[in-house]
Design a protein around this ligand. Structure first.
Ligand code: AMP
Length: 312
């Protein structure tokens, strides 16, 4: 099965308590696509400027990501985002956003991208997300992300988009903001009422929670002692989640639970180095080992407690 992702392809400038990078490859479609490429065929839809060099294209090529629908505007500049993290690595402080060629982004999907069975609408203008959704009438599982900026400036449009997808993958603060509910459990139930099959709420270092019509599942985050750079962790999670599902014959409670773990596995690697560095260099033994670690970490035996009487 193939998977299409629509979203930002970017240059990021990053600062964390562990170091600084002036210009690394980033963007939601990039992080998502790289992660998903370990599981399935990926088509990336985006736009870049003439400043995008062979070194960046190589990253996509190495992972066989189809870049035919990444438009190049030769006299334009690639979207640029600058962020800083303090010791609370769950919170990104945006220092600068230069939309550049992304400002007039008008996603045009080739037949190949349109025919993908799986579609991920990364964080872009909600109306564009709806437009892309309409271009893919045959997609059998569609997920979306969004961000606080769209929720505060055009909540109704965000809700209209939610109504035409199967799954939303957002962080806890966004879920609360969207529903005006302090409890993420209540928030998730409210969001489900828009007709979704699944709501995934990402909670940074505390993991991620999956809500379905009848089920509930919690994946912890991998206990890393040093999170180097959390940029793109959410998109990398979504890439592992959607990529794994696209490689399955069925979407059911069991496959979604494993998808949650593969999402967490991929995100845990992403944060170990700056930008795409770590995921770019990943191999399957590492992925499978970490998947096993998650199993061990969360396993417990179902043994009921019985009080042993001392009066014998
Ligand atoms: P995440 O940390 O998963 O939320 O995603 C981080 C990525 O999103 C970075 O690589 C940025 O280039 C990209 N990004 C930041 N702000 C925006 C925005 N307003 N629209 C689209 N992408 C963005």
């Amino acid at each position: 099965m193939s998977l299409t992702v629509v979203g930002s392809v970017a240059f990021d400038a990053l600062e964390t308590p562990f170091g600084k990078r002036e210009k690394v490859l980033g963007g939601a479609a990039t992080h998502f696509g790289l992660s998903a490429s370990f599981f399935t065929e990926v088509n990336a839809v985006g736009v870049v400027g003439g400043d995008f060099t062979d070194a960046e294209w190589e990253v996509f090529k190495r992972h066989q990501i189809n870049t035919d629908d990444i438009e190049v505007v030769p006299d334009g500049k690639t979207f640029f985002w600058q962020g800083r993290y303090d010791y609370d690595m769950n919170t990104a402080h945006t220092l600068d956003t230069q939309l550049n060629v992304f400002e007039t982004f008008d996603p045009k999907l080739s037949e190949n991208s349109k025919n993908a069975e799986f579609l991920f609408l990364a964080n872009i203008l909600p109306m564009l997300q709806q437009d892309v959704r309409e271009q893919c009438p045959n997609a059998k599982f569609v997920a979306m992300d969004t961000m606080n900026f769209w929720i505060s400036s055009m909540k109704d449009a965000v809700i209209e988009t939610i109504k035409v997808v199967d799954c939303i993958i957002i962080n806890d603060a966004e879920a609360r903001q969207l529903t005006e509910e302090p409890s993420i459990y209540k928030a998730a139930r409210k969001i489900m009422e828009y007709g979704l099959k699944a709501v995934v709420i990402k909670r940074g270092e505390y993991g991620a929670t999956l809500f379905t019509k009848d089920g509930y599942f919690v994946a912890p985050a991998y206990p890393l002692e040093s999170v180097f750079d959390p940029t793109g962790a959410g998109d990398t999670f979504a890439g592992g989640f959607m990529g794994y599902l696209a490689a399955q014959n069925e979407i059911n409670d069991e496959t979604m639970r494993r998808a949650m773990i593969y999402g967490s596995v991929m995100a845990s690697f992403n944060v170990e180095k700056f930008g795409t560095e770590r995921v770019d260099a990943l191999d399957y033994p590492e992925i499978n080992q970490r998947f096993k670690d998650f199993k061990r970490m969360t396993h417990f035996d179902d043994i009921a407690f019985e009080m042993v009487s001392s009066a014998a």
